[in-house]
Design a protein around this ligand. Structure first.
Ligand SMILES: Cc1cc2nc3c(=O)[nH]c(=O)nc-3n(C[C@H](O)[C@H](O)[C@H](O)COP(=O)(O)O)c2cc1C
Length: 178
């Protein structure tokens, strides 16, 4: 299976990237092909709503790192979104990437990919993850993506503490189960 993993944290050695690493380790052990896109490090310009793409019938005017991601998205069977929660949602860098889906909306809908969300938050309160889960499920529905799993790591303070929780194993096993 071809899998595109899009991460959202600017912290290379942070908690959500650790979860992404564990997911990828499991998926690679099972022979899956991974393309990883670290949105916080990438050059992805904001969608400026110029509508030159006509929402999918023409190319986007921006020539940046999304051009490469686009090809992987359109050739993947599964898209995995991995993000810390910032103010009850995904980070702005990963949202910026999703906004650029606008230029390939019809192609993505027609593909009927599967999708997974992995999030990490500091708060132990369920309401925080529920805000993100509602948002991402709406995006999955819009893009005809089948929800293939959600892992919300809550109450996370550091990578060391994350390692003491069941969440990294859940991420590894989700990758391994595909
Ligand atoms: C700008 C900002 C906003 C945040 N907002 C929330 C929030 O709304 N709820 C929460 O539980 N944690 C929030 N956090 C904490 C992060 O979700 C948490 O530290 C997470 O583990 C960071 O992931 P990372 O290590 O992958 O960067 C916020 C952190 C930052 C920097």
């Amino acid at each position: 299976m071809k899998i595109t993993v899009i991460t959202g944290s600017p912290r290379k050695n942070g908690t959500s990237n650790y979860m992404a690493d564990e997911f990828i380790r499991g998926a690679e052990e099972n022979g899956h092909n991974i393309y990883r896109f670290d949105s916080a490090k990438a050059d992805v310009k904001n969608c400026i709503s110029c509508n030159a793409c006509q929402m999918g019938t023409r190319p986007c005017i921006h020539k940046d790192d999304f051009v490469e991601l686009r090809e992987h998205l359109l050739n993947s069977d599964l898209v995995v979104f991995v993000t810390p929660i910032y103010y009850f949602g995904m980070t702005s860098s990963i949202k910026k990437v999703i906004d650029r889906f606008y230029s390939i909306d019809p192609q993505l809908k027609a593909k009927q990919n599967k999708a997974i969300l992995i999030s990490v938050q500091h708060s132990p309160v369920d309401q925080v993850k529920e805000a993100l889960n509602t948002h991402i499920q709406s995006i999955f529905n819009w893009l005809n993506m089948e929800n293939a799993g959600i892992i919300n790591a809550i109450g996370i303070e550091s990578v060391e503490q994350l390692k003491q929780t069941p969440y990294p194993k859940q991420a590894y096993e989700l990758g391994k189960s595909l």
